[in-house]
Design a protein around this ligand. Structure first.
Ligand SMILES: CC(C)(COP(=O)(O)OP(=O)(O)OC[C@H]1O[C@@H](n2cnc3c(N)ncnc32)[C@H](O)[C@@H]1OP(=O)(O)O)[C@@H](O)C(=O)NCCC(=O)NCCS
Length: 145
């Protein structure tokens, strides 16, 4: 069984490093990690943390209302495809709705677009390049639609 819990920012770093930063000379600590409005989720299987994601108050002018940005979504390779990412995102939707947040958005790696679409998110605009990582799309979901 996979269980989702709020975790400390530092608890995200190891999985971020391994899954999102291997061979990529970009920081694994994000501006906003420690902000009071930020929260971090971990997915646990048999008490082992297998996936992480972070949610930060951040405005994107393409969207309306109150907004959060999803960052650092990562599942350890050997645990991908078990539903951890999906369950974590749906937990985040609940938390954000309780906070009266209208819209969740993210900069999605192209390879993850289909995963996010399955969680109800849509792409916005043209693809763009992020140095060292590759093609991305802005994606978003209005939480009350
Ligand atoms: C993208 C990622 C976070 C998905 O996490 P996960 O825990 O493996 O995803 P889940 O098991 O919850 O998958 C949920 C659904 O999405 C699908 N899915 C997962 N990753 C996918 C991908 N890359 N492309 C297409 N579909 C994908 C699953 O097959 C599953 O489909 P189903 O509901 O029809 O069975 C994970 O693959 C990962 O860490 N990838 C590398 C890092 C990365 O790209 N992160 C995103 C940065 S923007």
């Amino acid at each position: 069984m996979i269980e989702i819990r709020k975790i400390e920012p530092q608890d995200t770093y190891q999985i971020r490093k391994k899954v999102l930063r291997e061979g990529i000379p970009l920081p694994f600590e994000f501006n906003g990690d420690l902000d009071k409005d930020t929260f971090h989720l971990g997915a646990f299987k048999d008490a082992k943390i297998i996936a992480v994601s972070s949610y930060m108050k951040a405005k994107n002018n393409n969207f309306r209302g109150t907004q959060y940005q999803l960052r650092g979504m990562a599942t350890l390779k050997e645990f991908q495809g078990l539903g951890a990412g999906k369950i974590m995102m749906h937990k985040a939707y609940e938390i954000l709705k309780d906070l009266h947040i209208d819209c969740l958005w993210c900069n999605a790696r192209k390879i993850a677009v289909e995963f996010y679409q399955k969680q109800g998110m849509s792409t916005f605009g043209e693809k763009f390049d992020v140095e060292y990582i590759g093609e991305h799309y802005v994606m978003f979901k209005y939480l009350n639609e």
